[in-house]
Design a protein around this ligand. Structure first.
Ligand SMILES: N[C@@H](CCC(=O)N[C@@H](CS)C(=O)NCC(=O)O)C(=O)O
Length: 371
């Protein structure tokens, strides 16, 4: 079940223990939370993060669509706070719930919020939910790296983020040498955008994706249809934290995308439907193809390297060999898709899911072993 990603001990139907507090949570056969979670206090949610963080803005966009009030508190990554221990992550955002739980990782966090606000779910039930989850996954785990590249390989962006984030007034040369700017290029090397040819291809991929979104928004108010979903949250997070915030790239020609980005999620009345499964929208098809061509070889190479205990590995990306750091998280993340297929789809839906994943060339990545 989706929520497994939040807990140290995961189970099928039954119970689990939240690692932040020793509270038992109960799940029904479908993995739906009951008991404690339906009881809310008047306290608000608090999102700990920073405005220039993609995943912080993704979660904020989700809250806006749920129409649920929240507070924002500034928190950087690896700040050594007790919150990091409680959430089990050095990353941002961390969400504090009204029950004072500390939760990390936006995909399962949005899954939890969906159970609380089912009329405005960001990931629907059944096969449409699988499609949303897979598109979200490709954006989270693949397209997000392009934003990291833009920010830390363009000194203008680096200088700007150090000025806004840290109050540092630096020249371009000083900015790139500043200790706070050293994480970025390392992250780029780890995620395959070290070489100019891969940087250019990654930028082309992102801009082409925005072209597809621009075209989509002429047809539907959201990326996957007439209502928003987790995919919109991710896209808005990227625009708000990175590409429409940093000086580079110039997005001025994407007029519909920019207008869409300006809209407040709270204006959505909870109405509308997503485009039908499996056709979805041309934008969704675009991202799925990008996932098949580029994310899938990376993900399978990463899985092999992890199994073999290799620290790094090389796969072809955009037609040339590209080196990546082996990371455990992509495996944990696709496990959430495996869990959705295993525990949230019935037999008929599982058969349709398999056919669909084969059709879009993603079965090798996302069809669970032994399902
Ligand atoms: N899977 C996580 C990713 C969170 C994430 O990567 N956050 C970034 C900031 S946008 C971060 O903390 N990066 C620092 C790092 O990974 O060390 C989620 O969905 O919340």
């Amino acid at each position: 079940m989706l929520i497994d990603g939040l807990f140290t001990e995961s189970v099928n139907a039954g119970e689990t223990r939240h690692r932040d507090r020793p509270v038992l949570l109960y799940f029904d056969q479908n993995g739906v939370l009951g008991g404690h979670l339906s009881h809310h206090t008047n306290a608000e949610y608090v999102i700990h993060g920073v405005p220039m963080s993609l995943f912080t803005r993704k979660l904020e966009a989700a809250f806006d669509f749920y129409g649920v009030p929240y507070q924002q508190t500034r928190k950087g990554t690896r700040d050594g706070s007790e919150l990091e221990g409680r959430a089990g992550s050095h990353q941002i955002p961390v969400l504090i719930t009204p029950e004072n739980w500390a939760l990390a990782d936006t995909t399962p966090v949005i899954g939890t919020l969906d159970e609380r606000y089912p009329a405005r779910r960001m990931v629907p039930a059944g096969l449409p939910g699988l499609l949303v989850h897979v598109v979200e996954e490709i954006l989270d785990e693949w397209v997000a790296r392009v934003m990291v590249h833009y920010r830390w390989h363009y000194p203008e962006n680096t200088r700007d983020v150090l000025a806004t984030g840290f109050g540092l007034e630096l020249s371009l040369e000083e900015a790139v040498k500043h200790p706070a700017a050293q994480w970025g290029p390392r992250a780029c090397r780890a995620t395959g955008t070290e070489l100019i040819e891969h940087q250019q291809a990654a930028e082309h991929e992102y801009i082409t994706m925005l072209d597809a979104l621009e075209t989509q928004l002429a047809e539907t108010p959201y990326a996957l249809g007439d209502r928003p979903c987790a995919v919109d949250c991710m896209l808005l997070g990227g625009l708000r934290a990175h590409t429409n915030r940093d000086p580079i790239p110039d997005l001025s020609r994407f007029t519909r995308v920019l207008e869409w980005n300006e809209q407040q999620g709270s204006a959505w009345q909870g109405d509308g439907v997503l485009a039908d499964f499996p056709t979805s929208t041309p934008f969704a098809q675009f991202v799925l193809e990008l996932g098949r061509d580029h994310y899938a070889p990376f993900l399978l190479g990463n899985a092999q390297a992890l199994a073999a205990g290799h620290k790094s590995f090389v796969v072809d990306t955009y037609g040339t060999p590209c080196s990546y750091l082996t990371r455990p998280y992509p495996e944990q993340s696709r496990q959430m898709i495996f869990d959705r297929i295993r525990h949230r789809l019935d037999d008929r839906e599982q058969a349709a899911a398999r056919t669909w994943l084969e059709d879009v060339g993603l079965a090798a990545c996302f069809w669970p072993p032994e399902a």
